[in-house]
Design a protein around this ligand. Structure first.
Ligand code: GLU
Length: 368
């Protein structure tokens, strides 16, 4: 029997599988996921589980009210997270470890690398890392928001070779299978383009926050890091039987042959731009496509407040996105340069070995 050629995988399980009735956790659908994880581990494959379900698992503990506030949801997540972890724990005869992350942890380079080191250590000791967003403390400004994207960020952080995203349907269809009986399953995707996003539509799950669109976003993040990605039906035991035999039960997204360099991938797909540096419409990067070519006299405006080391968007006055990059200067200083045009300050900035934007931590945006 063929077996998959994986070393380290991330599997993402959503709220609908964990708390299908939104009434506490149920192991009904988790048994086949758990047995898949056990089978992988027996074959020497390292597994990281990204599990949603804290809010869905905790909501039954709260008095019913028509107006559930943001704080109630955070409290549900706090109560539900332990229930979710306990449910997984009961299904395994090895230890698991809880890792709760926020968007801020992922977009801080040091913490991002820490996450990898911690997960490496857990895996080396045969402990199953179970990751979720730390919903109790996130705010709208600092949250990933859905575990599909989170799972792709985790997969790139831990340098997994494969990401498996469980869905409530068989994979990506060419139209919404709930509305169109003739919709057909797309079994392989080599290029995630607008057409692929159009097929994903706005389909959302009734229980979680993700939908097909966030799964495609996750696949896009993962494949550009060289991570093979599958969207499979997590409700169907056969999906896992096929995966373990090296077969594709759903939609397979092929990884890029030349993945983005790790530091550039992190800037492009994991960080959020905290401000903008605006240049003239005529501005273009050097032929090497390096942000090094940005000089202080190119700046015409600075938007937002940012500090040294934050990631910013470099864009033209008419809104064309050029690059995302770590800045070596604060918004306060760059704004002064853009507005005042102080020659000695310009000379100082352009004369230092530190360019305005870090080339190592930069990612050129594709043409829109
Ligand atoms: N982190 C959320 C939870 O545990 C789920 C987010 C999602 O559904 O993708 O409830």
């Amino acid at each position: 029997m063929k077996s998959p050629n994986w070393n380290r995988i991330v599997i993402k399980v959503g709220s609908a599988l964990i708390a299908p009735e939104r009434n506490g956790c149920s192991s009904h659908y988790l048994l086949s996921v758990a047995s898949f994880i056990v089978r992988c581990r027996r074959q020497g494959i390292q597994v990281v589980l990204v599990s949603s379900g804290s809010v869905a698992a905790g909501s039954h503990l709260f008095r019913k009210s028509k107006n559930t506030s943001g704080h109630d949801k955070k409290a549900m997540a706090a109560a539900g997270q332990t229930e979710m972890m306990a449910t997984w724990d009961r299904l395994f005869d090895f230890s698991s470890a809880q890792i709760l992350l926020t968007d801020e942890d992922l977009r801080d380079r040091e913490r991002f690398v820490n996450i990898r080191n911690t997960i490496d250590s857990l895996l080396e000791n045969d402990i199953l890392p179970i990751v979720n967003e730390n919903d109790t403390i996130t705010t709208d400004r600092v949250k990933v928001g859905d575990n599909d994207n989170l799972s792709a960020m985790v997969a790139t952080s831990v340098q997994a070779d494969t990401l498996i995203i469980c869905s409530d349907i068989d994979g990506l269809f060419d139209s919404n299978p709930q509305l169109n009986a003739n919709a057909s399953l797309i079994s392989e995707v080599r290029d995630i383009n607008e057409q692929v996003y159009a097929m994903a539509g706005g389909a959302t799950s009734a229980v979680g926050t993700g939908g097909m669109r966030t799964k495609i976003e996750a696949a896009e993040k993962a494949v550009s890091h060289g991570v093979t990605t599958y969207i499979v039906n997590g409700f169907d035991q056969r999906s896992f039987d096929m995966l373990i035999q090296g077969k594709n039960p759903g939609t397979l997204f092929h990884p890029h042959q030349t993945p983005l360099q790790e530091s550039k991938h992190w800037v492009r797909h994991t960080t959020k731009a905290l401000g903008e540096i605006v240049v003239d419409d005529e501005f273009s990067l050097s032929p090497k496509q390096s942000v090094d070519s940005l000089s202080s006299s190119d700046l015409i405006d600075v938007v937002g407040e940012f500090s040294v080391g934050d990631v910013v968007l470099l864009r033209t006055d008419s809104g064309e996105k050029i690059a995302k990059a770590k800045t070596n200067y604060s918004s306060c200083l760059l704004d002064f340069v853009a507005q005042q045009g102080d020659a000695s300050l310009n000379q100082k900035i352009d004369g230092t070995p530190k360019p305005i934007l870090s080339n190592k931590f930069s990612a050129i945006m594709e043409a829109q």
